[in-house]
Every structure is written in structure tokens, then in C-alpha cells.
Write a protein of this length. Structure first.
Length: 581
């Protein structure tokens, strides 16, 4: 066909397709609602779900294509589970195993039984009660970790217990996502014509055998092949190929697990992430895949909102109230009592209880699975969605209340107990003066830190990534964990008395925020930042940076110096001119 004809066909093609319309409207509306939620200091997840409600079939106006949204949501589930696997830490779990494992199992059992009671009162079959109760027993990974990070509790004992508790819940959910499809025939009968026991055991045994075969393959082959692929791609120097490799591993393993072993996409993606987490490139893989994970996770939450019928708030007020009581009252109370029974102080028990007073993404996945397998009625999914939205809205109030309770009743860790740990809601300020502050301790930050330490200059590190922060502490460096754009972090770094600020993070937008706040804190502070473009250089200088190093320009100058020589070779690199102390 002549090229002209091809061009004519392309021009004649419709620009408005269901896929494009669904993607564009879902993402734009999610952005608007998420931004509004963030402005109101509410989790953006609420905004994403409400965006789905607005484009769903139960509200007036535009209705997005639900089939396409469901397919996009499946990719979101895969990438969410891949992220869970990437951040899975067996070491963190084992450090608090004495409380996290039995505590999480006991709390999930209590919540599941109460959820089954609500389902029984609603007249649902037993199978629906199992799924509904399980969905009410598991907290949101996103909401919990964000709440702990905002309050700087991740590295405290109670923070580690909460994270370990969450890991146990995640593993239980992964197991449930594997077993529920295998037992769908049993659960959907409601006990009216249940299969024989040997049929149930056979179905369960076959499923477990498939899972074990997949796990064995991942441990024997995947543990060698996946890191090797990533290392090979990393050595090509192509960032685009590396991102594509990470995305291909996540989706490819998930698809292969479903096609070859008959298990869920979610489990395949989880193990892909878990295997990858052992690689030295895991941190980079997490960073490079984050934009894709975030985008498709948003689409997942939007698709969940599309399934929500707001009329449940009016038509089933008693069932909704019972659901909220399980999530907002019974879950935190059960967690509080369990933690206290294990001998931990009230401050720790209150934090764990508040952390678990919400449900989220795993509840959504389980509800969608239950409806798809005709185990859970649509009303059950509506109640779960309503419970999640309301509990995520209310959850910050729990932390505000326990902060006041701790102050009023002076709830602290008793001296001499195993639970004793120094932890404050506010970040303890550094005692350093006339010091340097290094923001970001990655490839650039570590080089700066090595030179500062070699010169004997006092400095501290601000690092948001927990693994890197812990590694820096092991090197006896003073580290403040948190985002440097958080005013509390910068106050703790004592910028008012500092001499130098090295902003070594690659994000120009965030670096601009740090620079602007630092300049307000100390007008004489020497601020040195990095950039990747002329626009970033201008942005950083506009926001207070004294000197900005653009990587590409410095590379070019270094190459020219090597080729033609330079009278300035004996001088230290400009970014490392620590003689200013």
C-alpha cells in the first residue's frame, strides 16, 4: 500500500477510543481528587477511589469502560504485589517475630470471626462470611507505612512491630489469594451441597503442590537468572532498558505463574519482587519501577471505586455500622490487648492499635476475587469499599488521639524493660555546629561523605531510604531518617548553625524545596546542589542554591581536562571544596 494511503488511513482513524478515554479520564480525575485529598491532609487513596466512584455506573455523568478498567487494574495488582515483594524483609520480620507473628495471626482470627458474624446477620452463606471477615482483618500497606514515616516511627521498636505485623498479614493474604480460587467450589455452596472431604483435600493439595513447584523454580532458577539479567542490563548503561527489564520481570513472572502453574498473578509478582529484593540492584529496581507502579496502582484504586455503589450508605446502614465497628473498634482493641498481653508498654500497644484501624488494597483485591468467583455478594464488596474509605479518612485522628493520651498520661517505655527504646514524636536535633549536611546518601552522597570524613569535617546525613540509612549508621555516621523536604527534618539537622549543605538527591523539584527552606533557615549557608539540565540549574539557583553542579557538563569538562590538560587539575573538585570550613 502506498505511504500516502497509509497516512490517509492513520488520519482517518478515530482519536477517541475506549482505552484512551478510560486512561485519560481516570488519571486526570484521580489526580484532581488525589490532590484535593492531599490538601485536606487525607490519604490520596481516598481521592483515587472517589474518582472511580464519579466515573462508575452508579453516579450520573460519564461512565468509563469497566472491562478495560478491570484489565488495567490487574496490572496494578501485579505491580502492587511486586512492590510488596521488593520491600519484603525477612530480617525485619524475624527481629520482632515473637510478637508480630502470633499477634497478627490472633488479631486476624478475631477480625475474621467478627466479620463472619456480620455476614451471618446479613443472611449470607458461610463462604461469603469467610471472605468478608478476612477482608476486614488486614490493614493497608500504603496507609500504614505512610503514617509511620510521617511520624518518624519506622525505626522505633513499635514501628518495627507494626511493619512486621503487616508483613505477616501480607503473607497470609498471599496464601489466601492462592487457596480461595482452589476452594471456590466449596465456599460458593454455602454448605448446601458441599463436596466430599477427599475432593476438598485433593483440590487443596494440588494447589499447594503447584505453589511449591513455582516457589522451588523461583528459588533455584529465578534467584540466579533474574539478578543476572538485571546486572547484564545495568552494564549496558541504558536506563530505558533497565526500566523495561524490571517491568518485564514483574509482568513476565506473574503471567508465567498464572499460565504454567495456575496460580494468581499476585503471587507470581510477589515472588518476583522478593527474589529481586536480594539483588544489589534492588534499590535501583524499586526506584525505576516506582512511576509505573504508582500509575497503575492509581488505576487499580480508580477501578475499585467504579465498583462501589454509594447507595449502600443509605440502604444498609446497620451492616455498614457493624463493618465499621469491626474495622475501627474491634481491630485496634484486639491489637492493643494482644500487644499488652505480650508484655509491651501501653505506648507501643496504642501505636499498633492505631496502625491497624483501617483496611485497604488487599481488602479490595480479596473483595474483587470473592465477587468474581461468586463467593461474595456485591453488597459485601460495597461494604468493604465503604469501610476502607471511611477508615482511611478516620485513621489520622487515631494517631492524633494517642499522641494526646501519651502526653496526658505520660505513657512511656518503662526503664529496664526489653521494650525500652528512645523514640520521640519529634526528631531529636543534632548537637553539631559549623557542620555540613548531606542530603541523600546514594552514589553522589557517599563520595561527598567519604571526602568530608577523610578531611575530618563534622557532618550528618539525611536519608529517606531505610536500608541506606541503616548502612550509614553502621559506618558510625550521624543519620536523620526522613524526607529532607520535611521542615522537621531540616530543623533537626540544625541548618541555622551549619556551614555547608550538599543536596545530592537527583530529584530537582524536591531539591528546590530543600534549598528554599534551608535558605530561609540560614541566609549565610553555602548550598551546593546537583542537577541534570539547565532548567534544573535555574530552578535551584532561584530557590537559594549558591552553586549547582550539572552532571553532564561536569562529565564533559572532565573529559576535556583529560584530553587537553588543565592548569586546575591539582585543585579539588569544585563540589568537594571542603577547605571553606
Amino acid at each position: 500500500m502506498p505511504a500516502r494511503s497509509k497516512a490517509g488511513i492513520i488520519l482517518a482513524m478515530p482519536h477517541h477510543t475506549p482505552l484512551i478515554a478510560t486512561l485519560v479520564i481516570a488519571l486526570v480525575l484521580a489526580f484532581l481528587m488525589g490532590a484535593a485529598a492531599n490538601r485536606l491532609r487525607i490519604s490520596p487513596i481516598v481521592g483515587y477511589v472517589l474518582a472511580g466512584v464519579l466515573v462508575g455506573p452508579f453516579t450520573p455523568g460519564y461512565v468509563a469502560d469497566q472491562a478495560l478498567a478491570a484489565d488495567l487494574a490487574e496490572i496494578g495488582v501485579i505491580l502492587l504485589m511486586f512492590g510488596v515483594g521488593l520491600h519484603f524483609s525477612l530480617k525485619d520480620l524475624l527481629s520482632v517475630k515473637a510478637i508480630a507473628i502470633p499477634g497478627a495471626i490472633a488479631q486476624m482470627l478475631v477480625a475474621s470471626l467478627l466479620g463472619m458474624g456480620v455476614a451471618w446477620l446479613a443472611g449470607w452463606p458461610a463462604g461469603a462470611g469467610y471472605v468478608f471477615g478476612l477482608a476486614l482483618s488486614v490493614a493497608s500497606t500504603v496507609v500504614l507505612t505512610r503514617a509511620l514515616q510521617e511520624r518518624h516511627l519506622m525505626q522505633t521498636e513499635r514501628g518495627r512491630i507494626a511493619v512486621g505485623w503487616l508483613v505477616v498479614q501480607d503473607l497470609a493474604m498471599v496464601l489466601a489469594l492462592v487457596l480461595i480460587p482452589a476452594l471456590a467450589g466449596v465456599l460458593s455452596t454455602g454448605g448446601a451441597s458441599a463436596p466430599a472431604l477427599d475432593d476438598i483435600l485433593r483440590a487443596t493439595g494440588i494447589t499447594i503442590a503447584k505453589v511449591l513447584a513455582f516457589v522451588a523454580l523461583m528459588l533455584v532458577v529465578g534467584q540466579r537468572v533474574i539478578p543476572e539479567i538485571l546486572h547484564y542490563v545495568a552494564h549496558t548503561g541504558s536506563r530505558e532498558l533497565f526500566r523495561l527489564a524490571v517491568l518485564s520481570i514483574a509482568l513476565g513472572v506473574a503471567y508465567g505463574a498464572a499460565q504454567l502453574f495456575g496460580i494468581s498473578f499476585a503471587l507470581g509478582a510477589f515472588f518476583a519482587g522478593m527474589i529481586l529484593s536480594e539483588s544489589t540492584l534492588s534499590q535501583r529496581a524499586a526506584e525505576e519501577s516506582l512511576p509505573f507502579r504508582d500509575a497503575f496502582a492509581v488505576l487499580f484504586f480508580v477501578s475499585v471505586g467504579m465498583l462501589f455503589n454509594p447507595s449502600v450508605l443509605l440502604n444498609n446502614p446497620f451492616s455498614l455500622a457493624a463493618t465499621l465497628i469491626v474495622v475501627l473498634v474491634c481491630n485496634p482493641v484486639a491489637a492493643y490487648l494482644i500487644v499488652r498481653l505480650f508484655g509491651h508498654p501501653a505506648a507501643t500497644a496504642l501505636t499498633i492499635g492505631a496502625s491497624l484501624a483501617q483496611i485497604g488494597e488487599f481488602s479490595f483485591i480479596l473483595a474483587a476475587l470473592g465477587v468474581g468467583l461468586k463467593i461474595l455478594p456485591q453488597q459485601g464488596q460495597d461494604l468493604i469499599l465503604a469501610g476502607a474509605i471511611i477508615s482511611i479518612l478516620v485513621n489520622p485522628l487515631y494517631f492524633a488521639v494517642i499522641t494526646r493520651l501519651k502526653a496526658k498520661f505520660r505513657l512511656v517505655e518503662p526503664a529496664g524493660s526489653q521494650a525500652t527504646i528512645k523514640e520521640e514524636e519529634e526528631i531529636p536535633p543534632t548537637a553539631l555546629r559549623d557542620h555540613a549536611v548531606v542530603v541523600g546518601f546514594g552514589r553522589v552522597g557517599t563520595i561527598i561523605g567519604e571526602r568530608l570524613r577523610r578531611e575530618g569535617k563534622p557532618f550528618l546525613v539525611i536519608e529517606e531510604r531505610q536500608k541506606i540509612a541503616e548502612a550509614a549508621r553502621k559506618e558510625t555516621l550521624e543519620v536523620i531518617s526522613g524526607n529532607a523536604a520535611d521542615p522537621r527534618v531540616l530543623v533537626a539537622a540544625n541548618l541555622a548553625a551549619a556551614r555547608l549543605l550538599f543536596i545530592a538527591i537527583p530529584d530537582g523539584f524536591e531539591a528546590g524545596q530543600v534549598s528554599e527552606q534551608a535558605r530561609r533557615a540560614n541566609a549565610k549557608l553555602e548550598i551546593i546542589a546537583r542537577a541534570h539540565s539547565d532548567a534544573e540549574v535555574e530552578h535551584l539557583q532561584k530557590h537559594g542554591a549558591n552553586f549547582v553542579v550539572m552532571g553532564e557538563r561536569e562529565i564533559a569538562l572532565g573529559m576535556l581536562d583529560h584530553a587537553f590538560g588543565s592548569p586546575k587539575e591539582a585543585k579539588p573538585p569544585r563540589i568537594m571544596n571542603v577547605e571553606r570550613f
